[in-house]
Every structure is written in C-alpha cells, then in structure tokens.
Design a protein around this ligand. Structure first.
Ligand SMILES: [Zn+2]
Length: 368
C-alpha cells in the first residue's frame, strides 16, 4: 500500500518541515527547509553577504582561519571570525590557526599554545593546519617542516585535551603533481595556473604526494585520540579506495568535501554505483563543505549568488538523479540520489557531532 506510506505527507508539508521528516529521499524543493551546515568557508571581510545567504538558504557555517598569504593577516582573520560568531551565533562558528613565524625560537611553542587557548576561550571549535606545513615553511637550517614534526605534537595534544578538532589540509589534490593538461577538473587547473608556487609538478625537488600523505598519516597514528577533519577529502579526492582505507585506518578522522565536488563528480561519471556506495558506507565520516570565500572586494550580490548556486547545485547532485552542468567538468553530471538518512548526516548530523554546540540556538543571542 504505497499510498498509506505517504499519508502523513500533506500535514508535514503544511508545517513546513524539511525532508528529514519525509519518507526516504529529499527533492530539490526540500533544499531550504533541511537543516544544513557548510563546514568549510572563509569569511575574510566584514561583509555579511555570505552569512545573509546562509540564513536565507538554511545553512550554518564554519569559517576557518588559514595561514595563507592570499588571506588577511591572522590577527585580522581571527577578529573577523570572533565578531561574526558573536553577532550571528546561530549561523557562524569558527576555527582558528597559528603562525609558523618564530618556529626556531625556544618560546614559539609556548606562545602558540597561549594563543590557541585564548582562541578556544573566545569560542574556536578547532584549529586548522595548512599546506604551508610540508610545502612552504622552512626552519632556520632551510629544512621543510612536515606535519609529523615532533615539535608540533604538544600543540596537537593540546587540541585533543581541550576537546577541539584539528582541521588538516596537507598536501594537495593529486592533480597538483600533474601537468595542467592532465588535471581532471577545471578548478584545479585554474588554481595551479594562478598559483605556480604550489603546483608541485613544477617543483620536483619538493616532497612527493606520497611523502605528504605519509607525514599526515604518521602524525595521526601518533595521536589516536585526536578528532581530525581532513579538509578537501584529506587530499585523497582522486581515489575513493584510498580514502576508504584512510578512514578505516584512523577511526576519529572525518573528511570534508570542500572544493572537491568536481573530483567526486568526475569519479561518479565513471562509476556512479561505486561512488554512491562509498557515500552510503562512510555516511558517518563525511561532512559537507564548499570553500566559499568572502573577500573584502567581493560584491555582496555576486557573493550571495555564488553561494546559492554552489549550494543548490551540490544539493541537486546528492539528492536527485537530475543531470546538470557543473563548472568543474566538461561533461554533464547525473546526481547520486542518496537516501535521506545519509543526507542528514552529510549535511548536519556529522558536523553537530564533531563540533558539539558550536552553533547556538537563536534565542541565546545576547546571552552572557
Ligand atoms: Zn579552504
């Protein structure tokens, strides 16, 4: 009796609840009502455009500080994140980071630990380590500092002790070690064309992809109690088999999807069943994120449109079987039609579990 199963539907729709209450699958129309979290954005200006669009589309955000020369100086990033989280506690949570400057000084570790505790006291739910560790930063002797350097252990242990999350972007997509014309997605090709200093194909003297992954894995093996979120599918975006092995090996590791949807879609266009099976099998370990970045110079309308289009396109891909054109690929992409329970985890339940009470209920605004 198919109809009986759907009988409560009209009343639920009247109450305007999300697809979380509906039988087994969300539609494109359920987008606005479903609770959603984008765990990887960068709000690098005082503009509220991205936050306003998040509110309109039913998103909460995790804005992440990064020691990236293209971004504002770290104290400015932290001040922006704190202000946004304070003004919009129901929408914005933040992760802090630290600078490698002064690494060779005896006081570096203590200073960083003090800064991190101050950031945690201000509400930071985690800290991010970036690819500058492993690809760019050199110690006084000229040696690249890798993520498994023993001097970083005390910092990662502090993150664990405080019950916070380490967000790690180590290495780069596998495409980074390939010539531009062999890269699988347009966004990687564009990024590495614009940032040749990070295009490892041009720098064979720097550590290999395998060396970057190996250092990250050794660090995680030394910190088995550390909650880790591997940004950008933990730089294993090119192989769901490798990513599965990584998740199996490190039970407290999760991964976000930020800026790697093209990679997911590239693979599902070749083996949709395998990619769909991966999302179902690892439904407790995957977090939705985009890498949307609010820059100081960005026009508000353009930012809002970019965010909305990205969020809608990804929602359509995960929830429906519709075929759509995406910017990352030349060929059109059919969607995965994931079950509702998987969508709920991908879009908010896993993030709520990992980051705890990061986002406050709206009524708590203004509370001490
Ligand atoms: Zn990012």
């Amino acid at each position: 009796m198919k109809n009986a199963r759907y009988a409560p539907l009209p009343m639920l729709m009247l109450l305007s609840v999300g697809c979380a209450q509906l039988p087994s699958r969300c539609s494109e129309a359920d987008f606005a009502a479903e609770p959603k979290i984008d765990v990887h954005v960068h709000i690098n200006s005082g503009s509220d455009a991205l936050i306003e669009q998040a509110r309109a589309d039913g998103f909460r955000l995790l804005t992440i500080n990064v020691d990236y020369p293209d971004f504002p100086p770290l104290p400015e990033q932290l001040a922006l994140a704190r202000a946004d989280a304070q003004q919009h506690p129901d929408i914005v949570a933040f992760a802090a980071t630290f600078s490698m400057q002064g690494w060779d000084d005896a006081g570096w570790q203590g200073r960083v630990q003090g800064e991190l505790d101050a950031a945690f006291a201000a509400g930071a739910v985690g800290i991010k380590v970036w690819k500058n560790i492993g690809m760019e930063f050199r110690d006084r002797a000229g040696k690249l500092v890798m993520i498994d350097d023993a001097r970083l252990d005390a910092i990662f242990e502090q993150v664990r002790q405080r019950g916070k999350v380490l967000i790690g972007h180590q290495g780069e997509p596998h495409n980074c070690w390939l010539p531009l014309e062999q890269m699988t997605v347009n966004n990687d090709r564009e990024y590495f064309q614009e940032h040749p200093q990070y295009h490892m194909f041009l720098h064979p003297e720097l550590p290999s992809y395998e060396a970057q992954m190996g250092a990250r894995d050794r660090m995680l093996a030394r910190h088995p109690q550390l909650h880790f979120m591997g940004a950008h599918l933990a730089s294993l975006e090119w192989s769901f088999a490798k990513l599965a092995k990584f998740l199996d090996s490190y039970p407290l590791a999760q991964v976000d999807l930020a800026a790697r949807m093209g990679q997911v879609q590239y693979q599902s266009n070749r083996d949709r069943a395998a990619v769909r099976a991966f999302f179902i099998k690892y439904q407790d370990r995957l977090l939705y994120g985009t890498d949307l970045t609010q820059e100081a110079a960005a026009d508000s309308g353009t930012m809002r449109k970019e965010a909305h289009q990205r969020w809608i396109s990804d929602w359509r891909y995960f929830n429906t079987g519709a075929i759509q054109k995406v910017t990352e690929l030349a060929e059109p992409v059919p969607g995965l039609e994931l079950p509702r329970a998987v969508i709920d985890k991908l879009y908010y339940r896993n993030a709520e579990r990992l980051f705890g009470q990061a986002w406050k209920a709206k009524q708590s605004r203004g509370a001490p």
